[in-house]
Design a protein. Structure first.
Length: 167
């Protein structure tokens, strides 16, 4: 039976059952380590990346990265697998305890691989060089939790992608 004649519900059920089949996912997933609680989400993300050609509602991918070492692993994964990097649509990054120079040096190279990123949830302090890079990048929205996360000297063109969202 051709994939094009399957109803969306059946296709969704098939993909969902494959996403939670560890044997199938483990053979297909790239070597990227996450904590145990995030493994199911990453397995689903890996599977969805393999099935990008299907018009399914889960095709926009969201990823959360917590901490500098996970960001480094994520960056390595994006470098080695550009199709994985291109599949990321929304990225949430939390970098507690990092200074702005370290954050900028980690985020600027990563942005060149995330060509289709549409939203960045920045749970870290943004300095002027990183803000300039974000304004040049195709990302449409940068979510911050407070104005304290932004540089003190900003003009209105610098803020066109910034959304303030209290949590």
């Amino acid at each position: 039976m051709s994939e094009s004649i399957l109803p969306e519900e059946i296709l969704h059920s098939v993909v969902e059952s494959l996403a939670y089949n560890p044997e199938f996912v483990e053979r297909k997933s790239p070597p990227f380590s996450l904590e145990k609680r995030d493994q199911r989400a990453f397995s689903f993300l890996s599977l969805a990346t393999n099935f990008d050609e299907f018009p399914c509602p889960f095709s926009s991918h969201i990823l959360e990265v917590d901490g500098a070492e996970h960001l480094k692993m994520f960056q390595d994964q994006c470098i080695s697998n550009t199709s994985f990097a291109a599949s990321i649509r929304s990225l949430s990054v939390s970098l507690p305890g990092q200074n702005t120079f370290q954050i900028t040096s980690m985020m600027k190279p990563l942005l060149c691989y995330l060509k289709d990123l549409s939203q960045l949830d920045a749970r870290f302090r943004i300095d002027i060089p990183l803000l300039a890079e974000l304004n040049r990048h195709s990302v449409k929205t940068v979510v911050v939790t407070s104005l304290a996360k932004l540089p003190k000297t900003l003009g209105s063109p610098d803020l066109e992608k910034i959304i303030l969202c209290g949590r």
